[in-house]
Design a protein around this ligand. Structure first.
Ligand code: TYD
Ligand code: MG
Length: 501
């Protein structure tokens, strides 16, 4: 009985605590005879330390545990992991490589940039986010929640790239070849040189890549990959960091484009791709509501183009389909003549997107009224309600208010302020806003309507979708060229805007 209990404890203790115990024991033994220790002995002791602490957010390494990471200032992000062997780490490979290619300084005029270095992925939405296609020898991280569609997107990209003559190698550490085949059957026919490999050892992968010499490699996902020389588990900070290091060398050294898939968990527990973001050239996030069918691909970092761009896709039965006109998609199925619904225009990078802001204002039975905001900032909604109360003398504190951006879209742009205010008042008075009108503008604390960027693009998008009127900040209107296709109504404060309907 006792023995089995002991074994159980030993089993649950895990390899980390075992290593820690050993360190402690050796430290304890040494303690008594510290005075007689020579310098070399003490050095050996320092080397015997087998675990270090890593920050899950930024990858900072520390010899001891600290509550707050000294580098990124995040709290409770340090995790204990076995130390990486110094001599065999990726650093030595980098040193080796840099000694091989002793580079000389060059003038800008001597550097040639060839357009053919960019390859189109077959999806305009993705090309735009990448800055005009895939750059040869770049390292692209595609992050996102599990199940959002990263593998599907990359498989479709592989299909397109292999169809135009690229040699593609898709390496999966998560799914079996059978599962990949089933997925591939759903997305349609695959032609060209597209090969699959189920492997998690990066050392084997490196060998395969040097034999096969593909143009494009997909690593799905980085959390399942490991390097043999590092003793910590796959997905830990040091594994993820060293694995990416190796992939970076392969990408830069051989001019191969590598897409890395990285899962993000809610708590960022398993070494979040945050650690990777510093190392790769491009970071894309694939996001969306699991219950809604659309997905947004957002550029967060891009060494080869703008980061403000987004691409919109829809998840269908046969895989992902590009959404060329997101506004139409977002406004689909809009209720007619309903109070509390206003169409607003938000910008995603250089792209205007029309969306519906909904508000429901009802009498409150509670001391503190209930307020919720789905898809937009809760505090912003509270602030706008305070502006209505103070500047327009509506007794908002007597009402519960629920604000929602229809379609599961998340938008925090201040240009939505005026639409939120109009939706709230419309619901409060139970009077619908004209459905052929769009509204945008930032609202300040004194109830003034402030100008927003790219007003012209927003108006043009409204024209494109057949809207007949647009309520916008007067300052923005004054700066704009006349547009005969739509009635433009400039307002300078909230009261004026409410007076329109
Ligand atoms: P997947 O690409 O496996 O997600 P990730 O790699 O980000 O974890 O996507 C899985 C989801 O996508 C799954 O819930 C099913 C759905 N899906 C479709 O709706 N249609 C399809 O054609 C495919 C392949 C997947
Ligand atoms: Mg996947």
């Amino acid at each position: 009985m006792r023995a089995s209990g002991k074994r159980k404890r030993a089993l649950t203790a895990g390899p980390f605590s075992l290593a820690r115990d050993q360190v402690r024991k050796s430290a304890g033994k040494a303690h008594g005879s510290m005075a007689v220790l020579g310098k070399t002995r003490r050095d050996k002791m320092a080397k015997a330390k087998t675990t270090v602490f890593f920050c899950k957010e930024c990858g900072y390494e520390s010899a001891k545990w600290v509550g707050q990471c000294p580098a990124c200032r995040e709290w409770n992000t340090m995790v204990e992991e076995p130390a990486a062997p110094r001599n065999s780490s990726a650093a030595s490979a980098v040193r080796h490589q840099s000694s091989l290619m002793k580079s000389k300084p060059a003038r800008l005029s001597e550097i040639s940039v060839e357009e053919k270095d960019r390859v189109t992925t077959g999806y305009q939405e993705l090309d735009r986010v990448l800055g005009g296609g895939v750059v040869a020898g770049s390292l692209v991280l595609v992050g996102g929640d599990p199940g959002i569609g990263k593998s599907t997107l990359l498989l479709q990209v592989c299909r397109n790239l292999s169809a135009v003559g690229q040699k593609v190698l898709y390496i999966s550490g998560e799914e079996s070849l059978k599962q990949i085949k089933l997925r591939a059957n759903r997305i349609g026919q695959v032609t060209g040189d597209l090969r699959f490999l189920c492997e998690t050892s990066l050392d084997n992968i490196q060998e395969t890549i040097s034999q096969e010499k593909p143009d494009i490699v997909i690593i799905d996902s980085i959390q399942t990959m490991y390097r043999e020389e590092i003793s910590s588990a796959p997905g830990s900070v040091s594994q993820v960091r060293e694995s990416t290091n190796l992939l970076m060398q392969i990408a830069k050294g051989e001019g191969i484009t590598i897409f890395i898939v990285g899962h993000v968990t809610k708590e960022g527990v398993v070494a979040g791709p945050r650690v990777l973001e510093h190392m790769v050239d491009t970071v894309l996030y694939f996001e969306g509501d699991r219950h809604a069918s659309y997905r947004i691909l957002r550029g967060v970092k891009n060494r080869f183009g703008s980061t403000n761009e987004i691409g919109v896709f829809e998840m269908r039965e046969q895989g992902l389909v590009e959404v060329e006109n997101p506004s139409e998609f977002m406004l689909d199925g809009r209720p007619e003549g309903a109070s509390g619904a206003v169409v607003a225009c938000a910008m995603e990078g250089t792209r205007p997107i029309l969306l519906e802001v909904q508000a429901l204002v009802t009498q409150s039975n509670l001391g503190i009224p209930r307020r919720t905001a789905a898809g937009t900032d809760y505090n912003r909604v509270n602030l706008l309600m305070a502006v209505l109360e103070k500047r327009c003398h509506y007794e908002m504190s007597r009402y519960d208010a629920y604000v929602n951006i229809a379609g599961g879209m998340k938008m925090n742009e201040p240009a939505l302020d005026l639409a939120i205010i109009m939706a709230l008042v419309s619901s409060l008075k139970d009077r619908p806003v004209d459905e052929k009108t769009i509204v945008f503008g930032e609202v300040g604390l004194s109830g003034e309507v402030r100008s927003v960027s790219m007003a012209e693009q927003r108006v043009n998008e409204a024209v494109k979708l057949g809207f007949e009127a647009c309520v916008l900040p007067r300052i923005s209107l004054d700066k704009m060229k006349k547009n005969g296709k739509i009635r433009l109504i400039g307002v300078s404060n909230v009261r004026e805007a409410i007076g329109i309907f």
